[in-house]
Design a protein around this ligand. Sequence first.
Ligand code: SF4
Length: 142
Amino acid sequence: MSAPERHVVIVPCSGIGKTYGTVSREAAYEVTEDLRPGSTRLVALSLLVLGDDEARAAVATNPTVTIDGCKLGCAEKMVRESGGGVSRNFAVLDVYRRHRDLKPDGIAELNEGGLQLAHALADEVAAAVDDLAAGFEAVHHA
Ligand code: SF4
Protein backbone atom coordinates (compact mmCIF):
# COMPACT_ATOMS: atom_id res chain seq x y z
CA MET A 1 0.00 0.00 0.00
CA SER A 2 1.46 3.33 -0.95
CA ALA A 3 1.56 6.16 1.55
CA PRO A 4 -1.06 8.88 1.01
CA GLU A 5 0.31 11.76 -1.01
CA ARG A 6 1.42 14.63 1.18
CA HIS A 7 1.67 18.28 0.35
CA VAL A 8 2.91 21.35 2.09
CA VAL A 9 -0.23 23.40 2.64
CA ILE A 10 0.07 27.14 2.01
CA VAL A 11 -2.41 29.44 3.76
CA PRO A 12 -2.20 33.16 2.96
CA CYS A 13 -4.12 35.64 5.10
CA SER A 14 -7.21 37.12 3.57
CA GLY A 15 -6.21 40.80 3.98
CA ILE A 16 -8.83 41.94 1.52
CA GLY A 17 -8.47 45.63 0.91
CA LYS A 18 -4.95 45.81 2.29
CA THR A 19 -1.82 46.01 0.22
CA TYR A 20 0.12 43.62 2.46
CA GLY A 21 -2.69 41.08 2.26
CA THR A 22 -2.56 41.29 -1.53
CA VAL A 23 1.20 40.66 -1.45
CA SER A 24 0.57 37.63 0.79
CA ARG A 25 -1.95 36.11 -1.63
CA GLU A 26 0.13 36.92 -4.69
CA ALA A 27 3.13 35.12 -3.16
CA ALA A 28 0.97 32.12 -2.22
CA TYR A 29 -0.32 31.84 -5.81
CA GLU A 30 3.19 32.06 -7.19
CA VAL A 31 4.41 29.23 -4.94
CA THR A 32 1.45 26.91 -5.52
CA GLU A 33 0.96 27.59 -9.24
CA ASP A 34 4.43 28.36 -10.58
CA LEU A 35 7.31 27.56 -8.21
CA ARG A 36 6.28 24.34 -6.40
CA PRO A 37 2.98 23.14 -7.91
CA GLY A 38 3.82 19.47 -7.30
CA SER A 39 4.57 19.68 -3.60
CA THR A 40 2.16 22.34 -2.37
CA ARG A 41 -1.53 23.09 -2.26
CA LEU A 42 -3.30 26.30 -1.40
CA VAL A 43 -5.98 26.35 1.27
CA ALA A 44 -8.05 29.53 1.42
CA LEU A 45 -8.31 31.09 4.86
CA SER A 46 -12.00 31.70 4.22
CA LEU A 47 -12.63 27.93 4.09
CA LEU A 48 -11.01 27.48 7.50
CA VAL A 49 -13.08 30.36 8.85
CA LEU A 50 -16.20 28.57 7.57
CA GLY A 51 -15.08 25.33 9.23
CA ASP A 52 -14.83 23.44 5.93
CA ASP A 53 -14.01 19.79 6.80
CA GLU A 54 -11.69 19.20 3.89
CA ALA A 55 -9.69 22.37 4.56
CA ARG A 56 -9.44 21.51 8.28
CA ALA A 57 -8.24 18.00 7.46
CA ALA A 58 -5.64 19.40 5.05
CA VAL A 59 -4.00 21.60 7.71
CA ALA A 60 -4.33 18.89 10.37
CA THR A 61 -2.51 16.23 8.36
CA ASN A 62 0.09 18.16 6.35
CA PRO A 63 2.88 20.56 7.24
CA THR A 64 1.49 24.05 6.85
CA VAL A 65 3.11 27.34 5.94
CA THR A 66 1.16 30.50 6.71
CA ILE A 67 1.74 33.88 5.09
CA ASP A 68 0.42 36.85 7.02
CA GLY A 69 0.20 40.42 5.86
CA CYS A 70 0.75 41.95 9.28
CA LYS A 71 1.45 41.20 12.91
CA LEU A 72 -2.15 40.28 13.67
CA GLY A 73 -1.28 36.91 12.15
CA CYS A 74 -4.79 35.91 11.05
CA ALA A 75 -3.67 32.92 8.96
CA GLU A 76 -1.42 31.54 11.68
CA LYS A 77 -4.14 31.91 14.33
CA MET A 78 -6.84 30.34 12.18
CA VAL A 79 -4.71 27.32 11.25
CA ARG A 80 -4.01 26.66 14.93
CA GLU A 81 -7.68 27.10 15.80
CA SER A 82 -8.52 24.61 13.05
CA GLY A 83 -6.36 21.93 14.67
CA GLY A 84 -3.33 22.38 12.46
CA GLY A 85 0.29 23.01 13.32
CA VAL A 86 2.17 25.88 11.71
CA SER A 87 5.52 24.65 10.44
CA ARG A 88 6.62 28.09 9.25
CA ASN A 89 5.03 31.51 9.33
CA PHE A 90 6.01 34.37 7.06
CA ALA A 91 5.00 37.98 7.54
CA VAL A 92 5.00 40.33 4.56
CA LEU A 93 6.25 43.10 6.80
CA ASP A 94 9.38 41.13 7.75
CA VAL A 95 10.21 40.50 4.12
CA TYR A 96 9.66 44.17 3.35
CA ARG A 97 12.18 45.06 6.10
CA ARG A 98 14.74 43.01 4.19
CA HIS A 99 13.79 44.64 0.87
CA ARG A 100 13.22 48.29 1.71
CA ASP A 101 13.51 49.27 -1.92
CA LEU A 102 10.36 47.29 -2.79
CA LYS A 103 7.60 49.48 -1.43
CA PRO A 104 4.26 47.84 -2.15
CA ASP A 105 1.25 49.86 -3.16
CA GLY A 106 -2.12 49.11 -4.71
CA ILE A 107 -4.80 46.64 -3.67
CA ALA A 108 -6.63 45.15 -6.63
CA GLU A 109 -3.46 45.55 -8.66
CA LEU A 110 -0.05 45.77 -7.05
CA ASN A 111 2.55 48.24 -8.21
CA GLU A 112 5.90 47.01 -9.48
CA GLY A 113 7.44 47.14 -5.98
CA GLY A 114 4.57 45.05 -4.60
CA LEU A 115 4.93 42.44 -7.32
CA GLN A 116 8.66 42.19 -6.74
CA LEU A 117 8.12 41.95 -2.99
CA ALA A 118 5.64 39.10 -3.56
CA HIS A 119 8.27 37.49 -5.75
CA ALA A 120 10.96 37.75 -3.03
CA LEU A 121 8.51 36.37 -0.46
CA ALA A 122 7.54 33.50 -2.79
CA ASP A 123 11.22 32.54 -3.11
CA GLU A 124 11.58 32.40 0.68
CA VAL A 125 8.41 30.32 1.01
CA ALA A 126 9.58 27.94 -1.75
CA ALA A 127 12.85 27.35 0.13
CA ALA A 128 10.86 26.52 3.29
CA VAL A 129 8.66 24.16 1.24
CA ASP A 130 11.76 22.34 0.01
CA ASP A 131 12.94 21.84 3.61
CA LEU A 132 9.57 20.51 4.69
CA ALA A 133 9.11 18.32 1.62
CA ALA A 134 12.57 16.81 2.26
CA GLY A 135 11.01 15.50 5.48
CA PHE A 136 8.51 13.50 3.38
CA GLU A 137 11.39 11.79 1.59
CA ALA A 138 13.16 10.98 4.86
CA VAL A 139 10.00 9.37 6.27
CA HIS A 140 9.41 7.58 3.01
CA HIS A 141 12.85 5.99 3.02
CA ALA A 142 13.02 5.29 6.75
S1 SF4 B 1 -2.84 39.25 8.99
FE1 SF4 B 1 -3.15 41.49 8.84
S2 SF4 B 1 -3.36 41.89 6.63
FE2 SF4 B 1 -3.69 39.69 6.95
S3 SF4 B 1 -5.94 39.45 7.18
FE3 SF4 B 1 -5.04 39.66 9.24
S4 SF4 B 1 -5.21 41.87 9.68
FE4 SF4 B 1 -5.43 41.63 7.45
